[in-house]
Design a protein around this ligand. Sequence first.
Ligand SMILES: C[S@@+](CC[C@H](N)C(=O)[O-])C[C@H]1O[C@@H](n2cnc3c(N)ncnc32)[C@H](O)[C@@H]1O
Length: 268
Amino acid sequence: MAPLPPDLDAVIERAWQLTLRTDGFLGENEARFLGMLAACVPARGTIVEIGSFKGKSTVMLAFVAARYGLGPVVAIDPHTSPCNTDPGISAGSSTFEEFLASVKAAGLTEHVEIHREYSREIAKRWNRPIRLLWIDGDHTFRGAKEDFDLFTPHLVKDGVVALHDALNAFEGPIRVFVEEILRSDQFGAAGVVQSTAWGQLRPEDGKEFRELRMRIERRAQRMLPFVANGRRVQGLRKMAYKLARSRVPRAPISAEEWSALVSRGCTE
Ligand SMILES: C[S@@+](CC[C@H](N)C(=O)[O-])C[C@H]1O[C@@H](n2cnc3c(N)ncnc32)[C@H](O)[C@@H]1O
């Protein structure tokens, strides 16, 4: 297991203070977890963010990546509306200026590679290895699956894919997590922090983590009927949905615990 950076807690705390000032959709536990992933995923390659909105997760990722010399964060978002995750944004408006302002205010302009386009467009010419793939764009099943399918072929061994809003009422992230990560021996350790679901690509020994993934799968798959076909979760169904969700383990995990978990079975 690679040693953790000794100043990791302080770096994530500083990153969180900047992230906190940025408008967007990311809870504290999952933001800190994302920062930990940026620092600790034991692989080489790019950090790719699909869905930047006003830059909240971008700031967390880019601050940590900059601190540890891990290269710019590739931030992909057309910044157009309407958008299925943000129905409040009026048609024709854009989040691009606010995104630029957030990144600038955090002093991270040089540490973000901006692509103002749909993920499927950049996917056509993408050829770089990815060590952390953060999917927070189109939350429909079609959209999340498309992002997963187009970008995970570039995920390096031991790299991590994380999906936001897996435990919020969207069909895409939870279905991709259950069907493509938890049920696949291509992936090793997996889990959820707050509403962020993640899995580590382990094509050689993923089956050794099958029991761990199946334990989560048994609980997470109960959420699928509630969001099937993009259905809205309302009324009494909402209570049942919340009950199913409460059974999915989603507590924060420390960098030490996470690194020990993904190091299982590693010979190095
Ligand atoms: C939930 S927001 C992202 C939140 C952001 N990560 C944060 O921390 O606040 C979703 C964003 O995904 C973008 N989006 C939707 N479909 C997309 C696609 N196919 N490719 C890239 N971005 C997309 C939207 O424009 C929107 O800004």
